[in-house]
Design a protein around this ligand. Structure first.
Ligand code: GLP
Length: 259
């Protein structure tokens, strides 16, 4: 696992955007796994700037988002479909049928989850998966105690996650209780993954994910099994790491390893 501790949250977002841009430069038809959440918004802002100045071209890529709320139509402003249209897809110019999210409004959401895993496989698998992390260690919407062997499926959200996401919904509107999420095994099949975490609210989850035991109690700890996982952190999210000095020695300023 590569642990990159950047100078601040802005630098961490740019580092994450750089990793995605490098993957697309290496393979213009890359299959990208994308993530939502407030942490990702500055990453998409960087990508929109690069699309606008012509230094990034996403038109040949295919994308698969991690998750979607159950019960929200794609045109609901807080659906992850609408969020991704707003944050990236409208600016990216790739055909809509190559931007995939689970359909949270499907009549049979269990079947939709199975279909989604099959669609990822049919696209050849994910080259690079972006991830955030919940304060409780979730990735996608794989809440604590999610099977480390799980596939894409419906999950019930914890009260903590619902409260954290309530800020995106109107006061007269309940935050959704269920989501379709890629499973942990689905995420582990990506050929590379990059998790971005910023702010003090993520410090405990990051310490558990990187240095804690491999455990379904912290779903992000499953990334310890991934052969090509990168954790991009700001100093606040890195604050509880016992081996922080070591990570900073290997990757000064969150840069490439000095060999
Ligand atoms: C959300 C998403 C995750 C995201 C996480 C953290 O509920 N399903 O993909 O990583 O929670 O969100 P934020 O970045 O807003 O803290």
């Amino acid at each position: 696992m590569r642990v990159l501790i950047c100078h601040d949250a802005g630098a961490a977002a740019r580092r994450t955007a750089d990793i995605l841009c490098d993957a697309v430069a290496a393979r213009p038809a890359a299959v990208l796994g994308l993530a939502t959440g407030g942490t990702m918004e500055p990453v998409y802002a960087v990508l929109r700037d690069r699309l606008a100045d012509g230094s990034l071209d996403l038109t040949a890529t295919t994308t698969f988002n991690l998750d979607e709320y159950v019960g929200l139509q794609g045109d609901h402003p807080q659906s992850y479909r609408a969020t991704m249209d707003r944050l990236l897809f409208d600016a990216a110019g790739l055909p809509r049928d190559r931007t995939h999210l689970p359909d949270g409004a499907a009549p049979d959401v269990a079947a939709e989850a199975v279909r989604y895993d099959a669609a990822i496989a049919a696209a050849g698998g994910i080259d690079l998966q972006l991830l955030g992390i919940g304060g409780n260690g979730h990735i996608g919407f794989n809440e604590p105690t999610s099977s480390l062997g799980s596939r894409t499926r419906v999950k019930t959200l914890t009260a903590e996650t619902r409260n954290a996401n309530a800020r995106f919904f109107g006061t007269d509107e309940a935050a959704p209780r269920f989501a379709i999420t890629m499973g942990i095994a689905t995420i582990l099949e990506s050929r590379a993954c990059v998790l971005l975490a910023t702010g003090p609210g993520k410090a405990a989850a990051i310490a558990a994910a990187i240095e804690g035991p491999l455990s379904a109690a912290c779903p992000a700890s499953a990334l310890q099994l991934h052969p090509n996982a990168t954790m991009v952190l700001d100093p606040a999210a890195a604050a509880d790491l016992r081996l922080r000095d070591y990570y900073e020695t290997v990757h000064p300023g969150g840069g490439e390893a000095l060999l």
